[in-house]
Unconditional design. Structure first.
Length: 252
């Protein structure tokens, strides 16, 4: 027991027990680093001390943790507390699978906190990369500001559309299948929607990349634009980790 207490004390010292650390830099390494931090540090720390450090939050009831990406104030990562390899995991297609997208959207207040200013519903998006386009083999959803140069294009593309359509976001990003969702449709299984509704997606979910972008357009009101692409894509390209939206900062 003494050794265990000493270990916990060491973890507290590393993570900064006085408050949740701003990032997990230095603790994560290799493709299993994210899992090691969440499973090995944040989750037990939260249970033992009530502090989620070095994560921002640990929700044991809903089964996920929230972290801030290293050196990026608005870039939030939401990941399950159980082992899920990534977008290719068959467990995500079960009808009773946890709704990690809804969980991630509920954590967007950390993005606004990092920005230090109010952000609109449509200023924020979420993304998950394909197996080839990620660095960690633990399912994680990126939450951050939308690139300002594509925000208007996305809203315009979704306006009046029903069902799936194609959208070309070049030169800023690539080609995607898009589908407008009402706010309530975030309660659906987004992974199943992509797998079952886009041709050939289910047979190659490892190569899929998905984004869910906030929309707030009259007359439909608040909702989302679901975007998906195959071929080993990187939907994180739609997010801006500098969070220039709403600021007088020129696009790159």
């Amino acid at each position: 027991m003494k050794k265990f207490i000493a270990l916990v004390a060491g973890l507290v010292a590393v993570a900064g027990a006085a408050r949740p650390a701003a990032s997990f830099e230095g603790l994560a390494f290799g493709r299993n680093g994210l899992w090691g931090v969440v499973h090995g540090v944040c989750s037990p720390m939260s249970r033992l001390t009530g502090l989620p450090a070095p994560c921002l939050a640990v929700d044991h009831a809903r089964g996920f943790a929230t972290l801030r990406a290293p050196d990026e104030a608005t870039h939030i990562i939401v990941t399950p507390l159980v082992r899920v390899s990534g977008i290719e995991s068959p467990a995500l297609l079960r009808k009773d699978a946890p709704n990690y997208w809804a969980d991630a959207w509920s954590e967007r207040h950390w993005v606004e906190e990092g920005a230090g200013r109010p952000l609109a519903w449509s200023d924020i998006g979420m993304a998950i990369n394909s197996r080839a386009g990620r660095s960690q083999d633990q399912l994680h959803i990126h939450v951050d500001c939308v690139k300002p140069e594509i925000k208007t294009d996305l809203a315009r593309a979704a306006r009046g559309r029903k069902g799936w359509f194609e959208i070309n976001l070049r030169p800023t990003a690539g080609r995607y299948h898009g589908r407008a969702l009402s706010a309530g449709e975030l309660d659906r299984n987004i992974f199943r929607m992509v797998a079952l509704e886009i041709p050939r997606a289910r047979d190659n979910m490892a190569g899929e990349t998905i984004a869910v972008i906030g929309l707030d357009e009259p007359p439909a009101g608040r909702g989302f634009l679901l975007l998906a692409a195959g071929g080993g894509g990187h939907a994180e390209e739609l997010l801006d980790h500098q969070c220039r939206i709403g600021r007088n900062v020129p696009s790159e």
